[in-house]
Write a protein that binds this ligand. Sequence first.
Ligand code: WT7
Length: 646
Amino acid sequence: MNQTVYPVSAEWRQRAYVDAEAYARLYAQSLSDPEGFWREQAQRLDWIRPFTQVKDTSFDEADFGIRWFADGSLNIAANCLDRHLETQGDVPAILWAGDDPAESRTITYRELHAEVCRFANVLKAKGVRRGDRVTIYMPMIPEAAMAMLACARIGAIHSVVFAGFSPESLAGRVTDCDSSVIITADEGLRGGRKIPLKANVDEALGHCTACATVIVVRRTGGPVTMVPGRDHWYHELRESVPADCPAVEMGAEDPLFILYTSGSTGKPKGVLHTTGGYLLWAALTHHVVFDYKPGEIYWCAADIGWVTGHSYIVYGPLANGATTVMFEGVPTYPDFSRFWQVVDQFGVNIFYTAPTAIRALMREGDEWVRKASRSSLRLLGSVGEPINPEAWEWYYSVVGERRCPIMDTWWQTETGGHMITPLPGAIPLKPGSASRPFFGVQPQVVDPEGRVLEGAVEGNLVIADSWPGQMRTVWGDHERFFQTYFSTYPGKYFTGDGCRRDADGDYWITGRVDDVINVSGHRMGTAEVESALVAHAKVAEAAVVGMPHDIKGQGIYAYVTLNANEEGDDALRAELVRWVRHEIGPIATPDVIQFAPALPKTRSGKIMRRILRKIAEDAVDQLGDISTLADPGVVDHLVANRHRAI
Ligand code: WT7
């Protein structure tokens, strides 16, 4: 294969914190002497009680446990705010760009600190105590970050639920972690359209009894119904609380947040991250991978509803005293130039987005990019899904004008932060490759039996040992945590991803090998979409698989068997699409619904997804052996009625 390689430029070798020699040395030390390495790295945080223990971890069933810096204590909000006040109180912490280009806000570290203290006091006044769960269902406004930091300041555990999720999904997450408070806004604003967040909360609370208090931030001034005793305006509550709020001392292993994510089976899992290791991981990766230098303007265009927003809009950048841009809108509104207009507006130096956005903009042509100068840009990032070399080259040459290296960062909600990624001053770039492991990360490629494969190979990606940013448990289900990640390949963390390692030792992520699909960089469990479909009165059975999609990376292909006497027509298709959007949210919208009189099953009744995937990919010449099916005739009908290219 003729592989393009972009070597590290002389300029980047000079300016970066980590060059090739330093990467080799530090990476080797992080594996040979993890205690020494992490003891030193952890000095970038302000500890209240310094730790004496560093790494106390085991992936083995007998003594399974993950603890880092366990006897140390610190407060995350103090690390992200208070310690920066003296030297850079007047530096912008958040630059906010509204959905409407005419709206923007600048919030300095001093202002952010003051508002987080207020918010924390509001939570305390509403009875929130250390360890209590607070659900945050918010648009991309600074108050969302303030709410997260307010929880961290008083030791409450936040659970941010993406504002695109339905009331049903919200209710499930509020109930699962038993939140006593929901923080929301009257409405969200995206692409000129309003999202009725408070009304969604009202509907969600119709489904569950867990939550006693709703705090509503005013964003649009749109109409809302306030339930007396339960619902309160934030701007009113904040008038009645003191301005000052001490940051509580938290143990390094005390929980910081829960974030729900989809798996291959069952309901979404509450991924739990703790305090010391998580913050260190978010801060160190932000510093080294983006080579953030004081005074630079950094923009991660994700949503705080996903882990990318937690680690790389809020915690990592603020722990480093960076200026972080927060964007309320979408890349295509008011036109396809919006990203680049915001880059010019704030003079953004570092820009981090997902391949799906790059592909969507690439399709619209280069003029939209060229309309803006982008002269401030010096580094680009990609996250969420594999980036195809064509999109990579466009991002590199058109957006970055061949002067900005691209960090293709592979990681997961579970990993807390970057795991496999180039470093701008150290590692040559190959379009489509996430390249090399970050410090302390030990990737291995294994075959289905768990044998470790050496050299240039393809297989399943596992991580052989713990790193500080790792999730610690599934909220309320520690057994599920162990089973999901550590039982497939005993003694190792299984990522759920497949990968290839080339002869240079660079890693290429090939995508999920489990029943998780990645739609526009958002994780979706096929089981969740199936259970939404079968909850419809006319549906008997459903099987959902991923299909290739030009913009989204993967689309959702659903095979649906109807109850006897039901007719599968376009009207029912549209109804089922509406139904799934209502049950889960727009991100779960099926791209294709194929009505099927029956699904291909083994004689023991197991659905053969391999076959369904091939049909959805339109690779019907690769169905493989179908003789083990209970009724091989089913396949002919599916093939004849398959849906081709969208
Ligand atoms: C899954 C994790 C990482 C934060 C946002 C998504 C895929 C993520 C890459 C990348 C190839 C990637 C993997 C992973 N993924 N980044 N750079 N190259 N694949 O977090 O929702 O937990 O999804 O996203 O399949 O397992 P997530």
